[in-house]
Design a binder for this molecule. Structure first.
Ligand SMILES: *[C@@H]1O[C@H](CO)[C@@H](O)[C@H](O)[C@H]1NC(C)=O
Ligand SMILES: *[C@@H]1O[C@H](CO)[C@@H](O)[C@H](O)[C@H]1NC(C)=O
Ligand SMILES: *[C@@H]1O[C@H](CO)[C@@H](O)[C@H](O)[C@H]1NC(C)=O
Length: 222
């Protein structure tokens, strides 16, 4: 059963090198060919979450739920029974689905005067109970977390930045035509030597600007 699918294509990440004077000093970290073949994928990506198969929901990640075809990465969930529960925050969570996740091999650390562009083309379901996400989270401790696009099964798309678990800027907007690809761009920059600004764009329109407290110098997983 294809309970949920999430497609990414043409993912391009650019690192703005602070030591170079030109605004055009860009370095491509993950090329938009990274889903073209298994060897392209293996250069930049690993399967699962950086910490393993489970997170805070009812899906367990499995390599079997990730496929590559025609330059598109597809993540598909399917219903399962008999999986042992996950443990998160001291609680047990029943596992009802197997699903797919991938993470970048590189870590992303916004340096002084620097930043990154994270961009991709996505086709995400908004079916109730699903939660596809394109996000950055802390390598050490938590936060930083920047949710560059999340679809929480409500029909909306969400953009969020966490300073703490209770101090969160969250912006939900309409997500038109889920059957079509949408271009997501998140421009992450040093704002003042300590905090990071994140500009969230969808289909070429700026949706929100948010700030992460003390995110400069903190390595993040994609
Ligand atoms: C892929 O990236 C290259 C630059 O590295 C650019 O010239 C090309 O237009 C990009 N293709 C797409 C489909 O975005
Ligand atoms: C998070 O911290 C930054 C930097 O202090 C601040 O600009 C921003 O408003 C804070 N976010 C929230 C939701 O309070
Ligand atoms: C972040 O990047 C800077 C510059 O590349 C480096 O000096 C620093 O050690 C990195 N910090 C961490 C925690 O990885």
């Amino acid at each position: 059963m294809r309970a949920l699918t999430n497609y990414l294509a043409a993912l391009l990440l650019t690192d703005f090198l602070p030591s170079l004077p030109l605004a055009s000093a860009k370095h491509i970290m993950i090329p938009n060919t990274s889903f073209n073949s298994q060897s392209d994928f293996d250069t930049d990506w690993n399967y699962l979450y950086p910490w393993g198969t489970d997170h805070n929901g009812a899906a367990r990640m499995s390599k079997s739920q990730v496929s590559l075809s025609g330059g598109v990465l597809t993540l598909t969930a399917r219903r399962v029974d008999g999986e042992k529960p996950a443990t998160h925050g001291g609680k047990q969570i029943a596992i009802r689905y197997l699903s797919g996740a991938v993470h970048a091999k590189e870590h992303f650390n916004v340096s002084r005067g620097g930043g990154y562009d994270f961009a991709g083309e996505f086709r995400a379901t908004t079916t109730r109970g699903t939660w596809p996400a394109f996000w950055l989270t802390a390598v050490q401790g938590w936060p930083p977390e920047i949710d560059m696009a999340e679809w929480k099964g409500s029909g909306k798309i969400s953009f969020n930045t966490f300073n703490t678990s209770s101090q969160v800027r969250a912006r939900d907007v309409d997500y038109p035509n889920p059957q079509d690809f949408h271009r997501i761009l998140c421009e992450v920059r040093d704002a003042n030597g300590r905090d990071v600004s994140a500009k969230f764009w969808m289909d070429g329109k700026l949706v929100d600007t948010q700030y992460g407290k003390g995110f400069v110098g903190a390595p993040m997983y994609l």
